[in-house]
Ligand binder design. Structure first.
Ligand SMILES: NC(=O)c1ccc[n+]([C@@H]2O[C@H](COP(=O)([O-])OP(=O)(O)OC[C@H]3O[C@@H](n4cnc5c(N)ncnc54)[C@H](O)[C@@H]3O)[C@@H](O)[C@H]2O)c1
Length: 247
């Protein structure tokens, strides 16, 4: 058990990569706070973990709502204990089911997309850090960015910008938190099969990655074995950032 009795908060854990991370962390002995804007989805994942003999608790949380984030982190601490691991996973390339381009998007769309992908990461981290520092026994912050944040995204400028911000935040925070033994890293996936159906895939392996493969990487960063990694942005993309296989 690589995370025995660690308290881990996963945002956006009701589906996809976040769900896989929650399930894997629980299988490794963590007490998992399954948080999601979709409470029903969070409850389903919690039931799945409990049925497998793990420890989990569901919370409704919109990461873009700072007051709600503060309240949920407080509730997690009261219910499960001090937070050891935070995975800022909630995010997405599109909001409201339809992409709006930067050149013509509404202010509301811009706020929502940046709110989920960047501000949510800041709010959640801000809510857990003071206690992590005060406890003086380290901590782990793991942020989900994207290869679109690493390389930029001409087709979705707002998403590329938000995920680029997550990368910069990860590096800056890692530098500041090293003296407290708090590590801060980011995972940058390429195409991952988080949704049913065919995924656009132009990597060198010719297939999308699995959510469980991203969860395995998150586990390494959260566990003792990952203790010397901080400020790292780790691509998990089938080689996609090396170039396009059709170039
Ligand atoms: N799937 C990919 O190919 C891929 C590639 C690169 C990066 N990522 C990143 O990985 C992370 C997870 O992606 P995924 O594909 O598993 O997503 P997903 O859409 O499958 O699941 C996202 C979950 O987040 C929840 N959510 C949405 N808005 C929220 C909010 N405001 N507050 C809290 N929860 C919210 C949803 O209800 C859902 O359960 C995201 O940050 C995404 O940008 C995914």
């Amino acid at each position: 058990m690589r995370l025995k009795d660690k308290v881990a908060v996963i945002t956006g854990a009701g589906a996809g990569i976040g769900r896989a991370i929650a399930v894997r962390f629980a299988a490794e002995g963590a007490k998992v706070a399954v948080t999601d804007i979709n409470e029903r989805a969070a409850l389903q994942v919690t039931d799945e973990i409990l049925a497998a003999g793990g420890s989990a608790h569901a919370y409704r949380c919109d990461v873009a709502d700072q007051a709600a984030v503060d309240a949920v982190m407080q509730a997690v601490t009261e219910d499960l204990g001090d937070i050891d691991i935070l995975v800022n996973n909630a995010g997405g390339a599109i909001v409201g089911g339809k992409m709006q381009h930067f050149e013509s998007c509404t202010r509301e769309y811009m706020d929502t997309l940046i709110g989920i992908n960047l501000m949510g990461t800041l709010f959640c981290t801000r809510a857990v850090l003071p206690r992590m520092i005060e406890r003086g026994c380290g901590g782990r912050i793991i942020n989900l960015t994207s290869i679109r944040g690493v390389a930029g995204d001409k087709n979705n400028i707002l998403y590329g910008t938000a995920k680029g911000g997550v990368i910069s935040f990860t590096k800056s925070l890692a530098m500041a938190m090293g003296k407290y033994a708090i590590t801060v890293n980011a995972i940058a996936p390429g195409a991952i099969d988080s949704r049913p159906g065919p995924a656009a895939c132009t990597n060198f392996l010719g297939h999308p990655g699995k959510c469980s493969e991203v969860a395995a990487l998150a586990l390494h960063l959260a566990s003792d074995e990952g203790g010397f990694m901080t400020g790292d942005i780790i691509n998990i993309d089938g080689g996609r950032t090396l170039g396009c296989k059709d170039d």
